[in-house]
Design a protein around this ligand. Structure first.
Ligand code: KG4
Ligand code: ZN
Length: 340
């Protein structure tokens, strides 16, 4: 089964063609990062307009690189939630129009489910059930993946996402947007113990996170140093932030997996590229006898392949839709997009 999938939930215009889910025939990403970097963050209106400009060329390139023609497609899919609503609508409307013209089903895909599916692309033998950690610019969530389309949220952030905390701290450290990767690189030269940063817990909710205190504490350190005319040790602060995030995330996801009796953990999302997080997760999983799946860096961030892969499993579960399908800025990963 050949599926063309579009991704336009944030600042990447992406398209991919998959065969039977896991075989990726093409994976084209047009990044708008340079444009948003001028403003230090994603400007939703600019994102929507850029998606509208690029979506046709990106989709056509994905079909061309797959060595097929539009008429060969069996379905067209797009991310329909969660994300920037104006941005989501561009990819979804393109996909709906294509499905109408080609007379093939339209498959709406949940972005967080798709991040998890990046692991199916990277690891052909991987099958649910497992526990997933999705950490991105907008989400930090622990999910029990019972089946390809059956999921339960075990823990989530109460305020900022881990990626958002990385990006805000990186911005004040004058690192280019999006700062997560740059902060990660900087952290390798630092002393993680030089600055003390908080690791927050949410009373009565052992798997929930809070990163706003970490963000505020880091920004206060930077501003206080500036007021006193002292120079902040940027490398050591970057190391302290990376360790604080990893220390908040790693024990929780491992404990959640153990409590659910799962033997496997999959990481996903842009923040899953973080080297400190990957290192600490690797060590603790080894200690607890849990099999760990860490996708390659190019499949951690937003891409079309993860949408094209998840779309196949949504199709197999009967989750197909039509031109009346809407998009949603927020939506739980456990909910069904079809018929909403
Ligand atoms: O999954 P993603 O590409 O987009 C969303 O769906 O949000 O995640 C983007 C986030 C940004 O906050 C970015 O700074 C962060 O992932 N990120 C990292 C690293 N690489 C990307 N954060 C920490 N360390 C990294 N190496
Ligand atoms: Zn994402």
């Amino acid at each position: 089964m050949l599926i063309l999938a579009l991704e336009s939930s944030c600042d990447e215009t992406a398209a991919s063609v998959s065969r039977d889910g896991r075989e990726i025939l093409s994976n084209v990403v047009y990044s708008q990062i340079d444009m948003h970097a001028l403003y230090g963050g994603v400007v939703p209106e600019i994102a929507s307009r850029k998606h509208a400009e690029k979506i046709t060329a990106v989709a056509a390139e994905a079909v061309r690189q797959a060595g097929i023609s539009f008429e060969d497609l069996d379905a067209v899919a797009a991310t329909c939630a969660p994300g920037l609503i104006g941005a989501l609508l561009v990819g979804a409307n393109f996909a709906k129009a294509a499905s109408l013209m080609l007379d093939v089903p339209f498959i709406p895909v949940h972005h967080i489910r798709a991040h998890i599916a990046a692991n199916y692309v990277a690891f052909p033998e991987l099958e649910p059930p497992f526990t997933a950690l999705v950490a991105s610019g907008g989400h930090t969530v622990i999910i029990d993946v019972e089946d390809y389309t059956k999921m339960e949220v075990l823990g989530t952030t109460r305020d900022d996402a881990a990626g958002e905390a990385f990006d805000k701290i990186a911005r004040v450290l004058s690192l280019p947007y999006p700062g997560g990767a740059a902060l990660d690189r900087l952290s390798k030269e630092g002393d993680k113990d030089k600055y003390k940063l908080p690791r927050a817990a949410v009373n009565g909710h052992p798997f929930d996170f809070s990163f706003s205190g970490l963000k505020t504490a880091s920004l206060n350190l930077i501003h206080n140093a500036a007021q006193k005319g002292e120079e902040i040790d940027r490398e050591s602060l970057a190391a302290a932030v990376s360790h604080a995030v990893a220390d908040s995330v790693v024990p929780r996801v491992v404990e959640a997996a153990l409590q659910k009796g799962r033997k496997k953990i999959c990481a996903a999302g842009g923040v899953a590229a973080n080297s400190t997080l990957r290192g600490k997760l690797t060590d603790l999983c080894k200690k607890k006898g849990i099999e760990l799946y860490l996708p390659p860096l190019n499949l951690c961030g937003d891409n079309g392949a993860m949408i094209a892969c998840q779309a196949y499993y949504e199709y197999k579960a009967g989750n197909i839709s039509d031109c009346s399908q809407n998009c949603y800025a927020n939506m739980a990963v456990s909910e069904q997009l079809c018929g909403r």
